[in-house]
Design a binder for this molecule. Structure first.
Ligand SMILES: [Zn+2]
Ligand SMILES: [Zn+2]
Length: 333
């Protein structure tokens, strides 16, 4: 099969992904082989490729927003039929036995496997995954529109849940890329008032089109005090700014897997029961709940397509803020 291999992390400007031939994987017991149609490009892929996340498998095929069809069943796999359309996301597998798994917090599993990081992912024509950790994809989305739902969508949804927002809440997004452009649609559906703090007129414009009541630069102060804020941009310097915008008792949720150092700040930014929490991965229930709601709303994703062989270009464009909405690789080309 054709695949984009990362042999060693390097700056994306050096085009470190090698578009080459690789062995088509074989599904093991309980796994399925998926013919990849589309694979979304996530900021986490950038962190894998550039080495902000320490290498766990080498070489590795990145990509964890995979939409494809079941091509072959491993021994004992029976959840999906051949030809079923499925999604493979970041949480590839858990041990199911650690204290976190037993308490329903499998997103915090002590021995997790992650697609496109500790296991090969979807920047390829084929991928394998355990059948218990993949999703049936709602019919109403095309393959390309569905791809960004699988991480940007699910993680954004978990951030919204943990932010505690409800009807009438005021919420700001810091950074308005793939995750925020989906999360704003869920927030609007819930009757939440959304503010967007993000670099660049194009991202601000997209936020306004999707129903934000206000959009400004990432460092600008929203015109109202907020019940919650979600930081999607990997920039630690936004944390004190976002805290400053919160009401008493407000929640700040950090949605990224990696962030530059957070500068020190005065305790009074946090005092009055404001809180900060990060989001790590997601449970399968988050994924299932989100996909059901995404179809009900329905979420409309804005995607920029790249052929699989141009994955380096997609990552470079993501890094330099040139993607409006989400980037998706067409793995059939
Ligand atoms: Zn576990
Ligand atoms: Zn992701």
């Amino acid at each position: 099969m054709k695949a984009c291999l990362l042999r060693a992390p390097a700056p994306v400007a050096a085009n470190p992904l090698d578009f080459t031939d690789a062995a088509t994987p074989e599904p093991g017991p309980g796994e399925v082989l998926v013919r990849v149609k589309m694979c979304g490009v996530c900021r986490t892929d950038l962190h894998v490729v550039e080495g902000e996340l320490p290498p766990r498998k080498s070489p590795v095929i990145p990509g964890h927003q995979i939409v494809g069809v079941v091509e072959k069943l491993g021994q004992g796999a029976r959840r999906f039929k051949l030809g079923a359309r499925v999604g493979i996301a970041w949480l590839h597998h858990t041990d199911r036995t650690c204290e976190y798994c037993r308490l329903g917090m499998e997103n915090l599993c002590d021995h997790p496997e992650f697609t496109g990081y500790t296991q090969d992912g979807g920047y390829a024509e084929y991928a394998v995954a355990p059948e218990d950790f993949i999703y049936g994809m709602p019919e109403r989305f095309s393959d390309r529109d569905a791809a960004p739902l699988l991480c940007a969508g699910i993680i954004g949804f978990r951030c919204l849940r943990l932010s505690g927002v409800k009807r009438g809440s005021r919420l700001a997004f810091y950074g308005f890329g793939a995750a925020a452009h989906v999360a704003i649609q869920v927030a609007r559906y819930w009757g939440v008032e959304v503010y967007a703090c993000t670099r660049g007129a194009k991202h601000q414009q997209l936020a306004l089109q999707l129903g934000a009541v206000w959009a400004g630069e990432a460092v600008a102060e929203p015109p109202a005090k907020l019940d919650a804020a979600i930081v999607f941009a990997p920039a630690g310097e936004l944390v004190p700014l976002a805290l400053k915008a919160l009401k008493k008792g407000g929640a700040l949720v950090l949605g990224g897997i990696h962030m530059s150092p957070i500068p020190s700040f005065d305790y009074n930014l946090l005092y009055q029961e404001r809180m900060i929490r990060s989001v790590a991965n997601n449970t399968r229930k988050d994924g299932e709940d989100f996909l059901r709601m995404a179809a009900e709303i329905p979420i409309r994703t804005q995607v920029t397509m790249f052929p699989l062989r141009e994955a380096n270009r997609a990552l470079n464009n993501l890094k330099s803020d040139r993607i409006n909405g989400a980037a998706v690789l067409d793995c059939t080309q």
